[in-house]
Design a protein around this ligand. Structure first.
Ligand code: FAD
Length: 427
């Protein structure tokens, strides 16, 4: 008789709520990870940094568990097929996991829950990825928030130390059975990309300086924890504890993450549609050749092109530059935010559906934001302000001085305002 703990985007042993619940269930725990075919199918060829990253983490976790006479049962396939196979071998009493908020993940979990119930297996999911979820932070009228500042205020007023208390899990409660070795990256159809696992923990010194440094892309001044948070190699409770001690500004960023997750949970349509419906009538120009120029970093705007080069070469882009490149695509080129969102989704190692959609819509002006659409970033001014010494653009876009802008800023700004004005009726 065993309980399964199903690892997904919570790839750590310490302070893992679902794993903790599984270990408390009274049965030995068999840890399982599924290299889900549904998820890996849409990826960017065999050199996918995300799959490589997850694979490395699973190998590390497996090695740690093997020191305790256990290991991770890791297989490619679909969750139900893998569980079905395990059922033939073990008397499974329960499946434990951590709750997710994206429509596709919710649908997948419902399918597994249904399968489990039919088999007489209990299915438990716990809150782990966020401090507050679903209807825990609601407005006075008991409706979900759609403006960050109000959400953050309520989030902070609700927070007590118990909400970010870390749990310690006794590793000796795992199953005393050693599973077959984790398949190699090549066995699951992928190749090494050179991505490394660092960093996995918030560094107090860096967080303490965050507010001063975070807007300068040439400075390594942000936490660089987005991939760790995406795949749960760091616990959000650990991050919040550090934020409370060292930086309210950084705490706000963690709250943005939760805000967008809960927006997507409450309004699943925002995955594809503008949060503000009136913005659906904007007549995007959607010029394919211009889109290609943007993707390849050939707009002639030094900061935009440097950002796209950083993204294309590393799978990461600094937040300030994400805003400038996204604004350039939607406002200067009048290309639908969904095109940019899809391109980032393909390239970002920290790709998070809720954050990507949320931020793209925020920049395009059609999302959860009290501000109207007429904020149009000036990419040359942004560079003067945030990369005054030109260190970032020199690193990612050498020779930028001789490149000609593909569109004049003033012309593009006026055109954007006209097209937006014509599309959006005030409501
Ligand atoms: P830090 O500045 O140290 O922030 C700490 C953590 O807070 C981040 O790791 C992240 O989990 C969260 N966070 C920070 N800023 C935001 C934000 N604006 N919205 C939501 N969460 C935030 N972040 C993603 O994790 N995945 C995405 O797919 C993603 N797409 C984006 C697309 C656009 C157009 C823009 C403007 C921003 C996007 N962001 C996304 C948010 C932000 O740019 C990254 O989280 C950040 O740059 C990651 O670097 P860091 O870990 O050093 O962040």
């Amino acid at each position: 008789e065993v309980s399964i703990f199903w690892f997904r985007r919570d790839l750590r042993i310490q302070d893992n709520r679902g794993l903790h619940a599984a270990l408390a269930s009274g049965y030995p725990v068999l840890p399982v990870f599924v290299f889900d075919r549904e998820l890996t199918r849409g990826t960017d060829g065999p050199f996918d940094r995300r799959v490589d990253y997850v694979h490395q983490v699973i190998k590390c976790l497996d090695a740690r568990l093997r020191e305790h006479g256990s290991g991770i049962f890791a297989e490619p396939g679909t969750p139900v097929a893998v569980f079905q196979k395990l059922c033939e071998k073990y008397d499974i009493k329960a499946v434990f996991c951590n709750r997710e908020y994206e429509p596709t993940a919710i649908a997948r979990d419902e399918m597994v829950r249904k399968w489990a119930v039919e088999k007489g297996i209990a299915f438990h999911d716990e809150k782990d990825h966020v401090i507050f979820e679903r209807d825990e932070v609601m407005s006075q009228g008991n409706t979900p928030y759609s403006v960050f500042s109000a959400y953050a205020r309520t989030w902070k007023s609700r927070l007590s130390q118990a909400d970010y208390q870390e749990l310690r899990s006794p590793v000796d409660r795992f199953f005393g059975f050693v599973p077959p070795p984790v398949p190699s990256l090549r066995d699951i159809g992928f190749e090494k990309t050179g991505i490394s696992l660092q960093p996995l923990e918030p560094e107090p010194g860096r967080i303490a300086n965050y507010a001063q440094c975070r807007d300068y892309p040439a400075v390594d001044g942000t936490s660089r924890l987005s991939v760790a948070l995406r795949f749960g190699t760091v616990s959000v409770r650990r991050c919040v504890a550090v934020a409370i001690r060292y930086s309210e500004t950084w705490l706000n960023e963690l709250i943005w993450r939760e805000f967008f997750m809960q927006v997507l949970y409450h309004f699943p349509r925002v995955e594809r549609e503008c949060f503000k419906p009136a913005y659906e009538s904007i007549r995007w120009r959607n010029n394919e050749a211009e889109f290609e120029q943007w993707c390849e970093g050939r707009t002639g705007y030094a900061l935009v092109d440097a950002g796209m080069a950083e993204l294309n070469e590393t799978g990461y882009m600094h937040n300030r530059v994400r805003m400038v490149t996204a604004s350039f695509l939607t406002k200067h080129l009048l290309i639908d935010w969904r095109w940019g969102e899809a391109y980032f989704a393909q390239k970002l190692t920290d790709y998070e559906r809720s954050s990507n959609v949320g931020n793209w819509q925020w920049v395009a002006g059609c999302g959860c934001d009290a501000a109207p659409y007429f904020r149009v970033f000036n990419p040359a001014e942004q560079m003067k302000k945030f990369d005054r010494e030109l260190m970032y653009v020199r690193r990612w876009n050498p020779g930028f001085e001789i490149k000609k802008p593909m569109v004049d800023h003033e012309f593009a700004r006026k055109r954007a305002l006209e097209v937006y004005r014509a599309g959006v009726q005030w409501y």
